[in-house]
Write a protein that binds this ligand. Sequence first.
Ligand SMILES: Cc1cc2nc3c(=O)[nH]c(=O)nc-3n(C[C@H](O)[C@H](O)[C@H](O)COP(=O)(O)OP(=O)(O)OC[C@H]3O[C@@H](n4cnc5c(N)ncnc54)[C@H](O)[C@@H]3O)c2cc1C
Length: 391
Amino acid sequence: MSGRSAVEADVAVVGAGPAGAAAALFAARRGHHVVVLEMQAFPRDKLCGEGLMPSGRAPLRELGLEAVVTAQGAPPLNGLQFGLPHKPLVAVPFPEHGGDQAGLGIRRLDFDARFADALIRDPRIEFCQYTKVREIRRDPDGRSIVSTTSGDVRARFVAVADGLRSDVRHRLGWTVGPRPPHRYGIVGHWLVDGPVDPWVRITFDQDLEVYEGPVAGNQRMVGLLCYQPRMRDFSGRLATRYREIVLSLRPELGDAELVGPVAAAGPFWYRASTVAADGIFLVGDAGGFTDPITGEGIAAGLRQARAFAVAIESRNPERAYRLAHRRLTKDPRRVASLLLRLTRTPALVERGLQSHERAPRMLTKLLGVGFGYWGFDRITPREWLRMFTGR
Ligand SMILES: Cc1cc2nc3c(=O)[nH]c(=O)nc-3n(C[C@H](O)[C@H](O)[C@H](O)COP(=O)(O)OP(=O)(O)OC[C@H]3O[C@@H](n4cnc5c(N)ncnc54)[C@H](O)[C@@H]3O)c2cc1C
């Protein structure tokens, strides 16, 4: 990009995380000339639970990246195992849908780098790294001028995919949140010996949840999620306290080596007052994010990216995208809110776990709602009753 005259494009994309990169690739494959603006250089890491839910595999496959990611060693994920500390876990397999049942354990450092490779290889995409977007304004002929640290880009459509705390969304005045009670995540990686265990294990402690899942190369991601009061416990001693807590709740990791940095993120729960207006579209976390509890942020971003590329070809692109976004996010957000409510009440967690034996398909069905496979009506009144009353 030259620093002087504006670069012309059909589509400008802000951010090259999974949502932005996928939006660029889907649009380019439909014949659009795309410029991707990313402030960091790849490979770059991103704090994440690193589980790609099964609903994210279809868009990944359509982009030709599923085989690349699995060839790199991403282990399959069969489902979730829930439990209380030092008690037997309850297994909830992922629902089967359209031929996909397993998710994938993905190390974000590698996963996002494969997307970056695909951006570089695509002749219709200009991928500008170390390029920070400052603001977006309209020009008189109705196109958007995206102002960056390396010059301007003039585009008909802009996909804003700059993540959870989206600075661009904030500048547009579209940010809602973060909504209390504030939640935070802390993530580290552990090098383990032995075979890959294809389950994500979730343990509910008093005011904290531990998530553990396989990623490539004998590594396990271990993430902690907690509310603000508990977060104070980590102040000034993040890695030490993280290590102590993980080892107290996962003593079997005693022989494992903690590799790389321990990092924290939050608060979560952001929304946007609109996800599309005046040629600007919010994709991925920038369009709103409830909580990592459902682990479907990447899959949701990939599906929204596909919806964006389809919407810009319709007669009213903004309206088409707003409708598609709502369809893709409404029920998954409700599932996330429901799980958050449940997990804040230890008695309900215990009851839910106890009821599982009597209604073993209930939680799998609920995961299917969260993945956008089907609606809440799949779950029978009897199953709801069992979950909440244990009867
Ligand atoms: C603790 C935790 C656990 C999680 N666990 C899971 C999980 O197990 N599974 C799952 O699917 N999801 C999980 N998520 C959510 C997941 O990480 C996000 O949903 C996902 O990364 C969103 O992708 P994105 O492309 O929208 O944004 P990001 O991945 O955040 O990418 C945004 C990109 O925009 C760039 N950028 C930002 N500002 C600018 C700017 N001004 N100009 C140019 N570039 C810019 C950034 O450098 C970055 O590369 C978790 C999140 C957290 C915090």
